[in-house]
Design a protein around this ligand. Structure first.
Ligand code: FDA
Length: 309
């Protein structure tokens, strides 16, 4: 219930405008977001690299409604790929197709993504297409399959909550595409997705096994310790070394677990979001863990008391 309520708040435009201009909300966002500028994000990546982790940069933004915004996001995407190369950090980047214009026109988003992937290719770097809500899955995979014929330094994401992901994974394994598996951060109807956490988790484990056995450098993206344990067990059982896959986690979430996995010899990549458009991203993180809402409300209350409000 709380999850649904918080998720719905993430889609309220007036709340987004309020939160984005509110100092306290911005402070809260900094728990999950590395900063507003690319320089700040690169500094965060450097810090992660020092701790033995790689990263993927995410310039926050989604659902743009004008070609101008889509083109600006594309330019930032190319700048990210150039800056990563120039600063020599261990890092790739992730993009949402609705940030590159998918709501306007699929061809536009595909052309914009192609420019970023080509910039990545010039620097021998990799680009991941994030997966958005179920209404975008067909179009996202369509763009991915077409681009993958031209450039192989691009990968995609599947969500274990969606019933369709098993058959999507089969198609992706066939062409040796690089896949990140996640549980799924969007509110989905029973017609498209498992509603019970136990079913989402069981599907994740099934897909993870398929990816480890047959996939191309799979990315297991979760903070769920029991699934991480299952991944380690399965890999060891099948003789799959830790250099053949990576765990991925979000910036600011379970840092203890990230460090522990590195110490155990596993590869860990941290997803590092930056930029001004952090409101929907922050609200999805709240929806995933209601305790975060209490954490945030608590810090707002403490701050207010401190100011005598
Ligand atoms: P679950 O939600 O069951 O959490 C397991 C445990 O992790 C919790 O008990 C808690 O300890 C910790 N935890 C999880 N979320 C937390 C939070 N917000 N704050 C504090 N602790 C938290 N989704 C999507 O739809 N499309 C995408 O492209 C991506 N991309 C992506 C990249 C990477 C690198 C990650 C890690 C995740 C995504 N996601 C995503 C988000 C994903 O779908 C999912 O919503 C979150 O990862 C939370 O699910 P968990 O697998 O961690 O499990």
């Amino acid at each position: 219930m709380i999850r649904q309520a918080v998720y719905r708040l993430s889609q309220q435009r007036h709340l987004r405008n309020f939160a984005t201009h509110n100092g306290r909300a911005r402070t809260m966002a900094l728990r999950f977001v590395a900063g507003e500028t690319l320089d700040e994000a690169i500094a965060a990546v450097r810090n992660l690299n020092r701790q033995g982790m790689t990263a993927t940069l995410d310039h926050l933004g989604e659902n743009v409604s004008s070609r101008k915004e889509a083109s600006e996001a594309t330019q930032v995407g190319c700048e990210i790929m150039d800056t990563v190369a120039a600063t020599d950090v261990q890092c790739n980047a992730s993009f949402k197709l609705t940030q590159l214009g998918l709501d306007i026109n699929q061809e536009l988003a595909a052309d914009n993504l192609r420019q970023i992937v080509e910039a990545g290719s010039r620097h021998d770097n990799f680009v991941r297409i994030d997966m958005e809500s179920s209404e975008y899955v067909d179009r996202t995979l369509d763009v991915f399959f077409k681009l993958f014929v031209e450039q192989t330094n691009v990968g995609v994401v599947l969500q274990s909550m969606l019933y369709r992901s098993g058959s999507d994974l089969e198609r992706l394994l066939e062409i040796k595409a690089r896949v990140r598996i996640v549980k799924g951060a969007y509110l989905e109807p029973p017609s498209a997705a498992f509603q019970r956490k136990a079913d989402v988790d069981a599907a994740f484990v099934r897909l993870m096994r398929m990816m480890l056995s047959r996939g191309e450098y799979p990315a297991i993206a979760t903070h769920d310790e029991s699934i991480i344990g299952e991944t380690k067990r399965y890999a060891a059982q099948q003789g799959i070394g830790p250099e053949r896959f990576e765990f991925q986690m979000l910036y600011g979430v379970r840092r203890d677990l990230q460090t522990r996995l590195v110490a155990e010899g596993y590869r860990v990549r941290t997803y590092v979001p930056f930029g001004n458009h952090w409101y929907p991203y922050l609200m999805r993180r709240m929806a995933e863990r209601p305790a975060n809402v209490m954490f945030v409300l608590g810090s707002v209350a403490r701050e207010a008391r401190g100011r005598g409000e």
